[in-house]
Design a binder for this molecule. Structure first.
Ligand code: 13P
Length: 238
C-alpha cells in the first residue's frame, strides 16, 4: 500500500482556498496517496485527492442537531474520516467507546476510519505512553477492522501544533510497539497503515516519513500551505 499523506485542516480554510488547493493538487506525484480533510462544507470541492472528513456522528439519523452521519459522508463520496482526534477527545469528552462507535459507523458505510491515538506530555513523563496508546487502540478498534478499512494515526498530544515533533527515536519505538500490538490482535495487523502526526513539516518530513512502520503522516498546520504539503509528500522515498 502507498504511504498516505493526509492533511487535517481542522477549523481552517474557505470555499476559495479549497478550490485553489485542489487545483494545485491535480498534478501531484503519485508514489504516495494524498488525502485532504477540510471542514465538512468544503469536502465536495476536493476532486484531485482522496476526500476526507474530520469526524462523524455515532448515530445513523434522527434528532441530533449539528451532527453528520457516516452515511451522509459516504453519500458525498468521502473515502476517509478521522475519528478520535485528541482535540475531540479533549474538547468534546470523546471516549474510546465513542470513537469505536464512530469507526463502526464508517466501516459499515465503506469509509476508511483514521483512528487517532496518542499520549499527553504528563502521561509520557509518567512513563505511561505505551499503556495509554495500547488502551486507546484496543478500545477504539471496531471488531470488523482490517488493514483495508482502518488506519491508525499516532499523534502524541505534546507534538500537535507545538512545532516540536517527536524524535526519530520516539517515533521508531512507538510505531514498533503499535505494529506488534496490531499483529497480535488482527489478522491483517502487519499491513495496517500507521501514520505519524504532530508538527510534521518540510524540514522533518524526510527523516520521519521514511522510517520503518511509518506509513504516512497526518499533517495539521503544514497542510494549509500548498507548497509545504507537497514538499512533505514528495519527501517520501519512491
Ligand atoms: P500539526 O501538524 O499542526 O502539529 O497538527 C497535527 C494534527 O493534529 C493532525 O491531525
Amino acid at each position: 500500500m502507498k504511504k498516505l499523506i493526509a492533511g487535517n485542516w481542522k477549523l481552517n480554510g474557505s470555499f476559495d482556498m479549497t478550490n485553489e488547493f485542489d487545483q494545485a493538487m491535480a498534478d501531484c506525484a503519485d508514489h504516495v496517496e494524498w488525502l485532504i480533510c477540510p471542514p465538512a462544507p468544503y469536502i465536495v470541492n476536493i476532486e484531485n485527492t482522496a476526500r476526507g472528513a474530520q469526524d462523524c456522528s455515532t448515530n445513523d439519523n434522527g434528532a441530533y442537531t449539528g451532527e453528520i452521519s457516516a452515511a451522509m459522508l459516504s453519500d458525498i463520496g468521502c473515502d476517509y474520516c478521522i475519528v478520535g482526534h485528541s482535540e475531540r477527545r479533549a474538547n468534546h469528552s470523546e471516549t474510546n467507546e465513542m470513537v469505536r462507535e464512530k469507526a463502526e459507523q464508517l466501516l459499515v458505510n465503506n469509509i476508511t476510519a483514521i483512528i487517532c491515538v496518542g499520549e499527553t506530555l504528563d502521561q509520557r513523563e509518567a512513563g505511561q505512553a505505551n499503556v495509554v496508546v495500547t488502551d486507546q487502540i484496543k478500545n477504539s478498534m471496531p471488531a470488523m477492522a482490517t488493514a483495508d478499512n482502518v488506519v491508525i494515526a499516532y499523534e502524541p498530544v505534546w507534538a500537535i501544533g507545538t512545532g516540536k515533533a517527536a524524535t526519530v527515536n520516539d517515533v521508531t519505538t512507538m510505531h514498533a510497539m503499535i505494529r506488534d500490538l496490531l499483529k497480535s490482535t488482527l489478522d491483517t495487523g502487519a499491513e495496517m497503515r500507521i501514520l505519524y502526526g504532530g508538527s510534521v513539516k518540510p524540514s522533518n518530513a524526510s527523516e520521519l516519513l521514511n522510517l520503518d512502520n511509518v506509513d504516512g503522516a497526518l499533517i495539521g498546520g503544514a497542510s494549509l500551505k500548498i507548497e509545504d504539503f507537497l514538499v512533505i509528500g514528495n519527501a517520501v522515498n519512491s
